[in-house]
Structures are given as structure tokens and as C-alpha cells.
Design a protein around this ligand. Structure first.
Ligand SMILES: Cc1ncc(COP(=O)(O)O)c(C=O)c1O
Length: 398
């Protein structure tokens, strides 16, 4: 007799292109940090739909906003003004360096918009974007070309022109890559997909300086680090470095698909009517969800709570490192994005460790082939963190 999980897996495997390697679990319900599968099994979610459901699953304020807006107006295109997207843009502008916003539907699309804006704002002949090795900027062709990991390019060549990659954290080599064609430097303040690799503050400040010296635009991809993940609304706030263009997506709509590109009014002026667009971008329902999400995040004490529980989480993970030196090398991260970096021996066991945790009812993932990554909902409690750490301890001991 097949279980409900197995039945859905069989139907799905028959009809889907095989570009995902999915866990054999069909999820049917979520509440806070908990998820339930088709056979009624409960899981504690330390993945949040890959750093998306920051307020937890089905947060009442977001669910209410989606329902309310879905009854009023679902979609009209960007040929008209709507209230929810305007309110969302106002919130983003009021709470960041930016004056102007463009809405897309995903992180990759927000990055496409950023790359296009950097090119058009820099003028003829200046089109090259320098990004970093180990980066991840999305799967569309320009975003994947900006992504500094060959494995994502392979089989899809030729990559679009105008992208080069500098070694992680090396300012001198990057300086040498700048040419008359360069228009921008693009990076994630913390590389999420390649195993939670934070760039040093001095390095990011060095990038800002190089951009000033060479008249380049600094693009921060905060698709993963944005919307509270690092304990402030955006990671750049903690770095004393302000980008010229910033993208965000993942947690913006707490699970509704929306991305945004933010910039200053002077740079934004380069995108004139007809130059860039998105049919769905900033759709009223996704925007209403994002407004509700941001309002919860901006409540007094929300980010302070994330930072406090983040430190607790870090300290608890840290205790595991000396206990399991054969498997664990170090803890990396900030706010509520943490990684247990594995040793060479640990890396070989990475996928198995994730599977063992799943069997115990915990969702985590293996990032960049180097680390176990934890990106729980930002509302995760210390008690839930304790449960995860106890389960990790058991799995490592086994
Ligand atoms: C830093 C960063 N940029 C861009 C993307 C792509 O976002 P999306 O999958 O929404 O296109 C991701 C996704 O993991 C990301 O982590």
C-alpha cells in the first residue's frame, strides 16, 4: 500500500521535467515553524522555503491580506496604478537608502533589472558587470552569467557577454579586472547558496571605494540577506556601505512571489517608459502580502528579537563544533542565517546528514557542497532551536 506521500510523488514524477531533486515528502500544511506532510507527519522547518517564509508559514496577517486583496482586485498590469504596490514601494523607500523601486516576480528577475539598469545608466560602451566567484544570482541567462560558479553555466554556453568574476574577498584582482567597459560590481553581502560565506566589512568598503574611484555602480544582491534575514531589514545597514542598486525577493512576500530592485532617483532616471517591464511585477495580491509582511517586521523589537535569538542559535551551534571535530569545522553566519561548515569527511556525509534530519522531522539543507545551512523562519523560538540542536547532536553521534 502506497502512502499519500508516495502517491503524490509518483504522479508528480510522471509529469514533471526532472530538473529538481526533491525529498520524498509531499507537504500539505504549514503553521509557524511547523510543516505537515500528506501522511500527517510533522516537521520543524529550518529552511523556510529557502529563506522565504520569514514570518513562518501562513502568518495570520499575511493570509488575511492575501484573502482581503483577492476579493478586491487580483491583477490589472502595470499600465495602471494600484494601492498595494504603491504602499509597498513607499515602505521600501522609507526603510532603505533608495528613492525608487521596480517590482519583479523573483530574485533572478530583480537581478536582471539591476543589470539592465546598471548598463543603461552607465551609457554606451559600459556594460560589463564584475561579480564574485562563489556567488549565486539566479537562473535566468544574465543572472546565471553573473553567478560565479561554472557548474551553473555548464551546458548552457555561450553565456551572455559582459560578465567577469573576481576571486572571493580579493580586492587587488578585482581592481585589475576593471576596464573601460565595466559598469558595475555586483555581490551578495553574504553568499548564501555557496555555504553562507560573509564578505568582510573592509572588503565591502573597499568595493565601495573602487566604485567611487572608477565611476562604477555598486549592486548588492540582498535577495537572500534582505528582509530581516541578517537581523536588520537589509544586511547593508550593518556594513557601513550603501549600494547604488539593491535587489531583494525571497522573504519580501513571505511566500508570495515578488522581487524588487531599489535605487536612487538619479540612477533610476535612466529607465524611461518602455525600457523595462513586468506583466505581474508588483501585482496587487503579492504586494498586499508583502505590505503585511513588512508591517510585522517593522514592529518595535522584531529585529532585536531576531538578533538575540540568532546569537543564541549561533552559540548553540558553536557548542557542537568541539563535540564533533571529525565532522564540523566552524559556524558562519549572521542574524538568522547560519551554517555549520563541514570538514572534508563531513562533506562526504552532507546529503546523508540532511536525510537523517528529515527522517527525524527537521528540514535543513546542504549548501554549496560545504555546509549545513539553517535559515528558519525569523520567528523561530529558542525552544525550537534547542530541539533542532538536540536532533543534530543525535545525528552527528550516529
Ligand atoms: C542571493 C540570491 N540571488 C538570487 C537568487 C535567485 O532568486 P530566485 O530563485 O527567486 O530567482 C537567489 C536564490 O537562491 C539568491 O540566493
Amino acid at each position: 500500500m502506497s502512502t499519500e506521500n508516495e502517491k503524490l510523488k509518483e504522479r508528480a514524477d510522471a509529469v514533471f521535467i526532472g530538473n529538481y531533486s526533491r525529498n520524498p515528502v509531499a507537504l500539505v500544511k504549514g503553521e509557524g515553524c511547523r510543516l505537515f506532510d500528506a501522511d500527517g507527519r510533522e516537521y520543524l522547518d529550518f529552511l523556510s522555503g529557502i529563506a522565504v517564509c520569514a514570518l513562518g508559514h501562513c502568518h495570520p496577517a499575511v493570509t488575511e491580506a492575501i484573502g482581503r486583496q483577492a476579493k478586491e482586485l487580483v491583477h490589472v498590469s502595470n499600465l495602471f496604478y494600484t494601492g498595494p504596490q504603491t504602499e509597498l514601494a513607499e515602505l521600501l523607500v522609507a526603510n532603505s537608502f533608495a528613492d525608487k523601486v521596480f517590482f519583479a516576480n523573483s530574485g533572478a528577475e530583480a537581478n536582471e533589472a539591476a543589470i539592465k539598469l546598471a548598463r543603461i545608466a552607465s551609457g554606451q560602451g559600459r556594460y560589463e558587470v564584475i561579480s564574485l566567484e562563489g556567488s549565486f544570482h539566479g537562473r535566468t541567462l544574465a543572472a546565471v552569467a553573473a553567478t560565479g560558479q561554472i557548474k551553473f553555466h555548464q551546458g548552457f554556453e555561450p553565456m551572455p557577454e559582459g560578465f567577469s568574476h573576481a576571486p572571493f574577498g580579493d580586492l587587488n584582482v578585482l581592481d585589475n579586472l576593471i576596464t573601460d567597459s565595466t559598469c558595475a560590481i555586483m555581490c551578495e553581502p553574504i553568499q548564501g547558496e555557496s555555504g553562507v560565506r560573509p564578505l568582510a566589512v573592509e572588503y565591502l568598503q573597499g568595493l565601495r571605494k573602487l566604485c567611487q574611484e572608477h565611476g562604477l555602480l555598486l549592486i548588492f544582491d540582498e535577495v537572500q540577506t534582505g528582509m530581516g534575514r541578517t537581523g536588520t531589514l537589509f544586511a547593508y545597514e550593518q556594513l557601513a556601505v550603501t549600494p547604488d542598486i539593491m535587489t531583494t525577493a525571497k522573504a519580501l512576500g513571505n511566500g508570495m512571489p515578488i522581487g524588487a530592485m531599489l535605487t536612487t532617483k538619479d540612477i533610476a532616471a535612466a529607465l524611461v517608459p518602455g525600457s523595462h517591464a513586468s506583466t505581474f511585477g508588483g501585482n496587487p495580491v503579492t504586494s498586499a502580502a508583502a505590505v503585511a509582511t513588512m508591517k510585522v517586521m517593522l514592529e518595535d523589537g522584531f529585529f532585536a528579537g531576531v538578533r538575540d535569538r540568532g546569537i543564541y542559535f549561533r552559540d548553540e551551534l558553536q557548542k557542537l563544533v568541539p563535540q564533533f571535530p571529525k565532522l564540523l569545522r566552524e559556524v558562519r553566519g549572521l542574524g538568522m542565517i547560519w551554517a555549520l561548515v563541514l570538514t572534508e569527511e563531513g562533506v562526504k556525509l552532507g546529503p546523508e546528514l540532511v536525510n537523517k534530519m528529515l527522517e527525524k522531522g527537521y528540514l535543513i539543507n546542504f549548501a554549496g557542497n560545504v555546509a549545513l545551512r539553517f535559515v528558519p523562519p525569523l520567528i523561530v523560538t529558542t525552544e525550537e532551536i534547542d530541539r533542532l540542536v538536540a536532533a543534530l547532536t543525535q545525528v552527528f553521534a550516529e
